[in-house]
Design a protein around this ligand. Sequence first.
Ligand code: 8YV
Length: 324
Amino acid sequence: MKKHVVLYKKLSPALLAKLQDAADVTFIDEPKRDNLQRLREALPSADGLLGASIKLDPALLDLAPKLKAIASVSVGVDNYDLDDLTRRGVMLCNTPDVLTETTADTGFALVLATARRVVELASLVKAGQWTRSVGPAHYGTDVHGKTLGIVGMGRIGEALAQRGHFGFGMPILYHSHSPKPAVDQRFAAQHCSLDDLLARADFVCLTLPLTPQTEGLIGTRELGLMKPGAILINISRGKVVDEAALIETLRHRRIRGAGLDVFEREPLNHDSPLLKLDNVVATPHIGSATEETREAMAACALDNLLAALRGERPGNLVNPAVLK
Ligand code: 8YV
């Protein structure tokens, strides 16, 4: 008897065929957070779920009494209540590693785009307003040789440090639970307190997961510690930053700018004040969004799920306590 999988993120034809060979599949095309009715209707028959970007809270999981495994096409797992899943005996898998380099590329794209005002000035050209040589009013700021501060030194943080150190000759500061001697040695990096990093870095890059401890980590006080010419980069989760505090800080130009790929609410409202600020580069959560990496993530998630449904220990099991 084939297991039943509810798929709520589109797969490539090759991966969909692989899934359909192994399981009965119900596909729900990109459910919207405010319209989960079709997902709710499918949950009672689900042995497995594969998707991302939807908060699968206890109320939804109460509709899925057969559920054995969730394969998230993401590295972040803030959409899931791990203790609740473990109590229910539901395995949660994610897709680390395969997206590390791509997400770090996105982080550096935002560093460069924000520092050199690429979006703002490219728009000026497109609008036919390039009428003379660029002058001081449109100067950006250098990236090479500036100090890169990384908050959260996990896989993506290390990949950012690699780009900054070897690619742009940037001194590396980082804040994490504890110092990482291998990082210190490889990137001539310095572990420091969050306050010290905020006060010294020219670029403050957030790469830490969203947890109850990191929610609102960067607020008015922390932004006030940053240098006036500094730039905030967020490729982690929007809720790590107090968005209202950031808007005020940017509006009063207490820091130079922000490059943001994530927001408190996504999609970002079209009337968000952030979009009215010329010192903000905003991208639509494209951290891992390349053809190659999204296919690799989906393939990884599919392998995780099929292993779990075969009764094996899946790779990238986020809540191993579920096996006890
Ligand atoms: C997207 C991410 O959420 O992996 C994560 O945690 O934030 C991004 O990669 C994910 O790719 C959605 O499918």
